[in-house]
Write a protein that binds this ligand. Sequence first.
Ligand code: 8X3
Length: 257
Amino acid sequence: MTPAPTAAPTAVVTGASSGIGAATARRLAAAGYRVVLTARREERIEALAAELAEAGRDAVPYVLDVTDRAAVDAFAASLDGRCDVLVNNAGGAIGTEPVASADPADWRTMYEVNVLGVLNMTQALLPALTASGDGTIVVLSSTAGLATYEGGGGYVAAKHGSHVIAETLRLELNGQPVRIIEIAPGMVRTEEFALTRFRGDAEKAAKVYEGVAEPLTADDVADSVAWAVTRPSHVNVDLLVVRPRAQASNYKVHRGS
Ligand code: 8X3
């Protein structure tokens, strides 16, 4: 669907079909943004758009694979130059194999979505974000983008890439009216993250959160995103690390009472 012209500030959210992306879309819509929901799964973003419309919010679904540069360029053109906020949320982990035995194809997939996806969206929307006079780019990285852990492998490498994009952009765009905000979540229990990482093995996915009193929810992270985005435009939240209280580092997690 082609987004229609509007006076409300426009926020584009990638990976808006579930988890942190969907929760962020809900938060930004509630904050008064016209939200463009992008993801590969049409039914999910259609349903979220309908839910938001029901609540009197302004939301438009647009089917998009952030790794497809031609599709991303076509999407950017469809916005008619209107984009105030870009939330680069699409991403994910595949596998927990050590470096010695990991499948390079998994690494390639993770690099494509976590790094090149952010690059594609940022390059395509930067002209509109700059023209808005007050643009904001959010990169949802991860604590895996700041430190490594055994079995983190390709995901850690890719999220370091996302982190570096945010850091580098902030330097390169200095003096331009565009903020670069990085939100780095730790343990977040969503319906899909761990399930995807463990290739659909629900038992292994559940073990990630076993005994942890309160892992973060997608909405906890979305709350941080919305808070950072809605600060006055001269305030740039460079990097916000958000973890559950039970997680002191990626490999120090309190389980049980
Ligand atoms: C998710 C955090 O600990 O699974 O981005 O790498 S972790």
